[in-house]
Ligand binder design. Structure first.
Ligand SMILES: Nc1nc2c(c(=O)[nH]1)N(C=O)[C@@H](CNc1ccc(C(=O)N[C@@H](CCC(=O)O)C(=O)O)cc1)CN2
Ligand SMILES: Nc1nc2c(ncn2[C@@H]2O[C@H](COP(=O)(O)OP(=O)(O)OP(=O)(O)O)[C@@H](O)[C@H]2O)c(=O)[nH]1
Ligand SMILES: [Mg+2]
Length: 415
């Protein structure tokens, strides 16, 4: 049986023109070969790339031919998983590959690129180094019991703990920003019928996504739009106006509006400036755990000025119709999410990473408290070890097969 390639064997790491042929020697395509002998490849294994002209039929023919010769399609994330298992990438970098592929904006792509090149991993390693250094010092003190008290009262420990706490602050702030950039914010537009929810949705989305009429109860279904504001992904959810429903359809709409609030980061409560009804009752009906920004709409009718409103700092006056105040509202949303799009130090991060950072920090806090209470180093040393272990989960020094399976299977493609 004829092989897929003709001509001379490819020269390592050079693009080489080649003809790809079928089982009976018929040409499928002419394309490029790229040969990466192990270990100098993306995965660390031997890799041969066959690059065809593209287009679904040709690519499928090439694929079927390689499969007939014994290849199989990669599982989701398999290339990155292999690169991780062969120490070419750490776990945070492998996750950044997926984030780079999924990036929805130039800012997100840059942040993922920074994580992929190791900026996040380096920041984590630096903190781990600090923890190790302090632990070695404390353990040395434990090994010399007669001097232990002096050692442990040494202000060097306090100084190092202070530096470690500061490093935790910086790392979690940067990681939280990365998470917001990756996941975005989910905003639910809620309020009474006719408050202007759909009008604001359309303005933020930049097109006529939702029907707007002067009939109260226009929106009945939950409508979703996905937009980027300076690279910050926003999941906008427009909902049916909250009131005692007039019919079964509207009732279901109101039920769905309330369900949409459950998964949200923030509620924008639209209030019609010209509506004399008090808002207290509306506020009481909203889920208690969610931040609510009261958006006073239709200032073009009330003649009031746009911008922040009220003492709580959580009110805002706009006109969805003219757009007055809407940009400032967006700025406030970004500020509340802690989002600084120009931050050159941004990197991608996930909830998993933030959770590990929080657990590590809790161990350091516990160790510090133990030291103050008992003036003995053993418990501090143990907590520092646990903190180190939690941080190492980020880069994958300690991982379960289960976690790896979950991370790599969530890749959308074989990469
Ligand atoms: N055609 C092609 N384009 C691609 C990829 C690929 O696999 N193939 N990539 C896939 O993601 C990205 C590039 N990533 C790569 C990362 C490492 C190596 C590599 O050969 N690494 C070796 C040698 C490094 C060196 O040049 O010194 C190594 O790490 O040992 C190749 C591609 C994006 N573009
Ligand atoms: N003058 C003025 N009218 C507005 C403004 N925002 C919305 N409207 C009008 O108010 C009416 C209701 O607007 P919608 O955006 O449909 O209100 P809604 O809150 O989505 O209403 P339901 O879907 O019925 O709950 C429409 O006639 C809009 O044109 C505004 O800022 N100024
Ligand atoms: Mg509506």
């Amino acid at each position: 049986m004829a092989q897929i390639l003709t001509g001379k064997p490819p020269r390592p790491r050079y693009a080489q023109l080649a003809r790809f042929q079928d089982a009976d020697g018929q040409a499928i395509d002419e394309g490029l070969l790229l040969y990466f002998p192990a270990p100098a490849s993306y995965t660390g294994e031997d890799v041969l790339e066959i690059q065809g002209h593209g287009g679904p039929v040709i690519m499928d023919m090439l694929l079927q031919r390689t499969i007939a010769l014994g290849a199989r399609p990669a599982r989701p994330g398999e290339f990155s998983e292999r690169a991780f298992l062969n120490d070419k990438l750490d776990l945070a970098q492998a996750e950044a590959v997926a984030d780079l592929i999924d990036a929805g904006s130039a800012q997100a792509a840059r942040a993922a690129g920074r994580s992929l090149s190791g900026a996040f991993s380096t920041a984590v390693h630096d903190l781990v180094e600090q923890l190790i250094e302090l632990r070695l010092f404390v353990e040395a003190a434990i090994d010399f019991p007669e001097e232990e008290i002096d050692f442990l009262s040494d202000e060097r420990i306090e100084r190092q703990l202070a530096a470690i706490n500061e490093a935790f602050d910086t790392l979690s702030q940067r990681a939280e920003q990365g998470r917001v950039m990756r996941e975005g914010l989910t905003l639910v537009l809620a309020g009474r019928p006719n408050a202007g929810k759909s009008s604001l949705m359309n303005r933020l989305a930049g097109h006529d996504a939702a029907i707007v009429t002067d009939i109260p109860g226009t929106t009945r279904d939950v409508l979703r739009e996905y937009v980027h504001l300076d690279g910050l992904p926003l999941h906008l959810i427009d909902t049916a106006g909250l009131r005692q429903a007039g019919d079964a359809v509207e009732e279901e709409g109101v039920r769905r509006a309330r369900a949409a609030m459950d998964g949200a980061d923030c509620i924008l409560l639209l209030i019609d400036e010209t509506d004399p009804e008090p808002v207290d009752e509306l506020l009481q009906g909203l889920p208690a755990q969610l931040p609510v920004i009261q958006v006073h709409n239709k200032i073009d009718l009330s003649g009031k000025s746009p911008g922040p409103r009220g003492a709580s700092g959580r009110g805002f006056a706009i006109s969805a119709k003219t757009g007055a105040g809407v940009d400032a509202l967006i700025e406030q949303l970004k500020a509340e999410a802690g989002y600084r799009p120009s931050g050159e130090d941004l990197f991608m991060a996930r909830r998993r990473h933030l959770d590990a950072i929080d657990r590590a920090r809790a161990h350091v806090d516990a160790g510090q408290a133990e030291l103050q209470e008992t003036r003995a180093g053993e418990l501090l040393a143990e907590e520092l070890r646990l903190a180190q272990q939690a941080l190492n989960e980020i880069t994958g020094e300690f991982t379960s097969d289960d976690l790896l399976g979950r991370i790599f299977s969530s890749f959308c493609i074989g990469k």
